[in-house]
Design a protein around this ligand. Structure first.
Ligand code: FES
Ligand SMILES: [Fe+2]
Length: 473
């Protein structure tokens, strides 16, 4: 048995029991206390633009059909037939007005309502035995969107997504709202890595320290505009409510020059100037910070980078979004999307996609470098010696808990939250602090939804009506 109080106290002082990166018991608790509650990213509205479009996405074992109904609403329907529990939809994406269960043929509309039962009259005595009205595939307990990003939560009482994002939304806009039209996605690429899901989330949240070491070769071949990986220490990390990330410090210049330096064409810069708030613009133009990788607790990460894509000194920015979908304590399925502003010029979209594929995704050079570390870490965390070891995650803190460098004042950092220049594990600690909050809070009992044709039982109906707020188009 793990002494949880002790474990969480260690995590909170930045000394991490190594076994949390590969431990069945910890994973069981994460399943029950964290993923049963937190907002989890499942897709983007641009993936399902038309009525009937759907993608099938999972939160741990729970499969959901994320579909746009004929009414334009986005819903996440639990992909399990009301009859004997077969998976109703076996495809990964598509367009359908109805889903027909492969087992006995019950069919459902794309808003989840039952459309038909074979032999309804003969087998059930018709409506008298099984009333179809109100019977629907179970909706995810909560669904909400921000800038078209669709999230679900298994908690029917989850706070509104906007509240959960808090000030991290300020930073999320850089990736997902470069113009009024927002982003469009390509992908996802999916692959599995034999690594614990928390490692990637922590790395993207704040690990600027690994770049000079792990990614030396990428810098050596000149893929990067920045000639020295050590440049990372001039950037800052920031944390705001439930998310945080890293930045690069750019050379002095105007807002236009800085956005141009990382490769944005003038036409896109003009749109950013109209879309972003003055503070959002100041963080780049006045303060000189350009956002790079970030994580939103628990398992969504983003990255923005600007490699050289052709044989010239020109660089081109790309944005990617990913989830670290846990399979087990030692395995993670990565879903990685390419994202680009919907109004970007076609040529930019094509080159930006190329930039993404060179750096991240299943063939990306950064990806390959990173994963080797994470697999090795996960392997080693399973053993008995790892149970004796506390990993030092206190970078940026003096022994008495005060910061090595003071946080940036508002005059030097226009964004919300707290930002520190240089290397530090502030964000990894924040992420695990959120993790600890969930791990120490027992899960609420799950409310059962009875699905039955009996007239007096309308639980399924009320769940469908009130349980999940669909997103208006
Ligand atoms: S399990 Fe789906 S129709 Fe029987
Ligand atoms: Fe990396």
């Amino acid at each position: 048995m793990t002494d949880m109080d002790r474990l969480l106290a260690d995590v909170r002082r930045g000394m991490i029991p190594a076994h949390i990166y590969n431990d069945e018991e910890i994973f069981r608790l994460e399943r029950e206390r964290l993923f049963n509650r937190a907002w989890v990213f499942v897709g983007h509205e641009s993936e399902i633009p038309q009525a009937g479009d759907y993608v099938v996405r999972r939160v741990l074992e729970d499969s959901f059909i994320v579909a746009r109904g004929e009414d334009g609403q986005v819903r996440a329907l639990f992909n399990m037939c009301l009859h004997r529990g077969m998976q109703v939809c076996r495809a990964e994406m598509g367009n359908a007005s109805h889903f027909r269960c492969p087992y006995h043929g019950w069919s459902y509309r794309n808003d989840g309502r039952i459309a038909g039962l074979p032999f309804h009259k003969e087998a059930y005595g018709g409506e008298a035995g099984f009333r179809r009205k109100g019977q629907t595939l179970l909706p995810a307990p909560s669904l909400d969107t921000y800038n078209g990003l669709i999230f679900v939560s298994m908690d029917p009482d989850a706070p509104p997504l906007r509240e959960y994002l808090g000030d991290f939304a300020f930073y999320l806009d850089y990736y997902t709202r470069q113009s009024e039209s927002g982003i469009e996605l390509r992908g996802p690429q999916r692959w599995r890595v034999k690594a614990n899901w928390k490692i990637g989330a922590e790395n993207f949240a704040g690990d600027m320290y690994h770049t000079p070491q792990t990614h030396t070769s990428v810098v050596e071949i000149g893929l990067f505009r920045e000639p020295k990986a050590e440049k990372r220490k001039d950037g800052c990390t920031y944390w705001a409510d439930n998310g945080g990330g890293t930045t690069y410090k750019l050379a002095p210049g105007t807002l236009e020059e800085k956005l141009g330096y990382v490769g944005y064409p003038d036409v896109m810069v003009e749109k950013m100037k109209k879309t972003w708030s003055q503070s959002q613009l100041d963080l780049i133009g006045r303060d000189g910070f350009m956002i790079s990788a970030a994580s939103l607790f628990p398992n969504m990460s983003l990255v923005h980078n600007w490699p050289k894509v052709e044989d010239s000194d020109d660089v081109l920015p790309f944005i990617s979004l990913r989830t670290w979908q846990p399979i087990g304590p030692d395995e993670t399925e990565v879903l990685s999307w390419f994202m680009v502003d919907a109004e970007a010029p076609e040529e930019f979209k094509a080159l930006s996609y190329k930039a993404y594929l060179m750096c991240f995704g299943s063939t990306g050079m950064f990806e390959q470098d990173d994963v080797e570390n994470w697999v090795s870490l996960t392997n080693t965390a399973a053993g008995s010696m790892a149970r004796r070891l506390l990993l030092n995650s206190r970078m940026g803190l003096l022994e008495d808990g005060s910061a090595v460098v003071p946080p940036l004042p508002p005059e030097e950092f226009a964004g919300p939250g707290q930002a520190y220049v240089g290397y530090g594990e502030y964000n990894q600690r924040h992420l695990l602090e959120r993790w600890a909050e969930h791990m120490e809070r027992p899960a609420a009992p799950v409310r059962q939804v009875q699905v039955s044709g009996v007239h007096e039982d309308d639980t399924a109906v009320s769940q469908a009506a009130g349980g999940a707020k669909g997103a208006e188009r």
